[in-house]
Each structure stands twice: as structure tokens, then as C-alpha cells.
Design a protein around this ligand. Sequence first.
Ligand code: PEP
Ligand code: MG
Length: 556
Amino acid sequence: MAIYLRGAGSSPGVALGRAVHYLPNSHAWHTVDADIDAAMARFTTAQAMAASQLRTLASLLREEGRTEEARIFDTHSLLVEDETLTQDVERRMREGRISLEQALITAIDALRETISAIEDPYLRERSSDIDSVRRAILTALHGETRRIHDLPIGAILVTNDLTPAEAVSLREGRVAGFATAEGGPTSHTTILARAFGIPAVVGLGAATLAIPDGAPLVLDGYTGLLIVDPDAFEWSSYERRVSGSIAARIRQPPLRDQPGRMASGEPVTIWANISHPLEARSALEQGAEGIGLFRTEFLFLGRNAPPDENEQYEAYRTVVETMEGRPVIIRTLDIGGDKRVDYLDLPHELNPSLGIRGLRLSMRRPDLFQTQIRAMLRAAVHGDLRILLPMVTTPDEVIWAREQIRSAAGSLAQEGIPYRADIPVGVMIETPAAALTADLLAREAAFFSIGTNDLAQYVLAADRTSADVSARYPQNATAVLRLIAQTVGAAVRAHVQVCVCGEIAGVPDVAPLLIGLGVGQLSMNPSSIAAIKERLSETVMTQAQATARSVVHIYL
Ligand code: PEP
Ligand code: MG
């Protein structure tokens, strides 16, 4: 019988194949080294070897123009050869009479704790990468038990966790994808898998390790699902999806490099949704004409304190520079609902989706908002940056935010820090109230972005995190489409542009309908861009408009 495992994070794509366990460095390490000097000589040689491998990986990535990805491995290579680590390992061997490997493992554990407590946010965030350092040195000491490059072609790699370096080495395409017991949506391994287009599901739990070697697997990186021993029907329906997407990959490259356009010639702007600066380059490679939604939550998750202004400035600047003058719409912090952050100390809410989230949190914590806005205004100097406000319910919230933006600009001016003030400020239309008062919001906003993930949840009273109800009440339900139509009507009258950035923008059967309703831009997961461009290029505008009219059942 099939077993269904759900992951905590994923990288989009579907992979079908047999499970192959990857068990790096599973040696017995308990033999105490009698000659400590000889053990330390082995250790420093392994450190040098590991650092050189990481530096080679970094320079390969740099040659490919992936400077940001390369930086991750620059940091790892420095940590691998850290002098205090070497001294700590030696001290532990001498004082504790333990093996070299045990000394390394305990030293790394201690280092991880120290780094988590450091004030510097960049270093503190790296504490999650410290395991990669341990793995790199152990691999250099012992070699891999099963080299990642020798895994059978087309297999699905199953393991406890992968280091970022191991994830990058999978981009050559030998394995179809990977599934890990540990990891989360914001780990570097997951982010790199997304940046390199490797289908993956992470954080599947300990059950992953019990999957028999050779078991047939379906890995659905779009929904974060791993099916062990799927039945024949499931297997063949996923197989059709894979062959469909292979055929599409062969057909679509020419379209990828062209701007979105209907069969009848009308332009449609296609943007990408990203949640990490590293994803901007792959968005560009997949044919994005800009970033329609940068979810900045990533910068705030999985840490003990919020990122400071400089860290945020670097992240926003990276995206703006990568996009070379194309629009980059950065959303202010939208935490709450399904995403929680302990250090924000928010009160426990019975209905967090209806509570302090999105702009409501910023209004409660103007200090966080000021820091984020200052970082955005500074990064805007480098390109076309626009600000997007999430979970807006009433026009006075937008007026408040714009006042805050003016005051952030004022403080930067006073301090003599370069910034840009003339930045368009847009509003997410994702509460029914915002859609119903779009005419009033249009007076305060430079553009609209319709978030159908939340709009559908609130209009249909269907929790977006519940697989049962969200399948029963889809985002293209008539009630949602009517609110989209109404929002577009108000926006057109006020000469405000409208984008849809919820998941339905990337669904080929729905995208033409949204254009038929008058939406001008679609922003989606980068992996959907080619398919959407293809579908629009096959649809005549009058046909899309007729479908829109018939589905919405109102005169537009
Ligand atoms: C949405 O609600 O549709 C949206 C794009 O925002 P998020 O999914 O981040 O809530
Ligand atoms: Mg939303």
C-alpha cells in the first residue's frame, strides 16, 4: 500500500524513480587515537582538502555568474580552516581521550552554540551551515561511503540531510530529485535546490530513513509530497505529468526569452515570485520579466532576532542588481497566519489568519517597519524597486504606511545616506474588504497585486493550509473571480495597474481567464513561467474575454 509523507519544505518539480539511500560517512569513529600529533596532522590535511574543494566549488559557481551562491561556499571554506576549531579539536582529544572524529563532532556542536549567540546577524544565520563544515571535513578524512556522483542515473536520493555543497553537486542531473528527513523551507540546501531547479522535498521526518532501498517513489516538489510505493494509477498519472513537462521543456525555450504575449498580439507581463535573493537569477533564466513578489519573510524566519537594516539592504540590492533594471516588487513583512516567528513575541491567537499578520504586524511594530523601509529605499538606488503592502484591509492603513515611508526617507536624508524617495507603493488585494473597496484603495495605491491564496481563503471560508477544504473550494471559484473582476474595474477607472500573484496566476487553464478579466500582469513560481507564456501565446484575447464573461456571469 502506498505511504504518503509530507515535507516541511520543497523545491518545485516532479520526479519518479527508485529510492537510493545516500549514507555519507557512516564509519565507526570510536577508536581513540594513541598518537595525537599524527591524528592532528591527518586533521589539518583534511581541513586543507575540504577548504580547497569548497573554494573550487565557489569559483565554478562564480564562473557561471552565480556570485551569491558562491558566497555560501566561501564562508564554508573559511569555517573549515578556522584556527580556533583546530585548537579546540586538539584540546578535546588531549583532555578527553576521545577519537579525532568525536573531538570534531563535539567541537562543532560547541561552535554551533556559540555562533547562535553571536550578535552579528550574518554569522548567526550561518550557524545552520555548521553541519556542512563537519561533513566536509569528515568526507575529506574518510571519503564518501557512496559518492554522490556514482548514484544511479534517474534515482531519487533519500537521506537524513544534505549539505548545500552536496545539493549543488546534484545539479548535473544524474539523480531525478532528493528527499530528506531533516531540513526546512529556508535552509540553504532547499534554497539552492530551488535556484538550480532540482525537484526536492525536505523535512519529511524519520520515516524517510525507513524507506527500503529500491522502493518506487513519486516526489512532488510542487506540493511537498513524497509517495512511497504509489499504486499504478498514481504512478501513471504522475508519469504523464513528467512526460508532458519534458515535451514542454523541449518546446518552450524560444518562448522563455520572449516577453509574454497573447496569440492576438496583446502584451502580458510575466513576473516571478521569489522568497530568497538567490532565486532571482533562476527567475531570470526561466524568462521572468521582473520580480512581481519578493516574499521577505524568508529573511526573518529560522533565527533568533530580526535582520538588521544592512543585512536587508544587501538582500534587496542583490535582487535589484540581478534583475538589471527590470521591476522588483518587494513585499513588506507578512508574518502571521501559517508563518510564526518566536522572537516577535506575538500573543497566542485562536485564529492567527484573522489576527496580527501582514501590515497589521508592522503597525504594531513600527520599529521593524522603519528598518525594512529604510533598507528598501536604500536598495532602490540600484534599480526599479517598488514596495508592496500585505494584508491591507482599509485605506487608512495605506495612509499610515505611506507616512512611515516618508519618515524613513526623512531620516535617511538627515543622515546623508543615499536613497530614492519616488518609489511606487502598491497594495495586496487579499482581503474581501480590500477587493470591495478597491476604488477607495486606488486613491492611495500606485498598483494592485491580487493575492488569490488569501483572497480565496477569506472569501470561501476555506483554510488555505487544509488540503481537504482548499481542494473543495478552489481559487478560481466564481466568488473569487467576481472580486477580481470588481477590483480590475476599480483599478482601470483609477488608472492603476493590476497583477495577480497568487498560485492561480501560474495555472495554465486559469491564466488566460485572468487576462480576459483585464489583469495586466501575472506573477508566479519561476518554474511555471514557460508553460504560462506558451498557453497565452495560443489564446486569442477575444476568446479569453468571452470565457471570462461566461465564468463570472456578470456583464464586464
Ligand atoms: C497570496 O495570498 O495570494 C499571496 C501571494 O501571498 P502569500 O501566499 O505569501 O500569503
Ligand atoms: Mg497572502
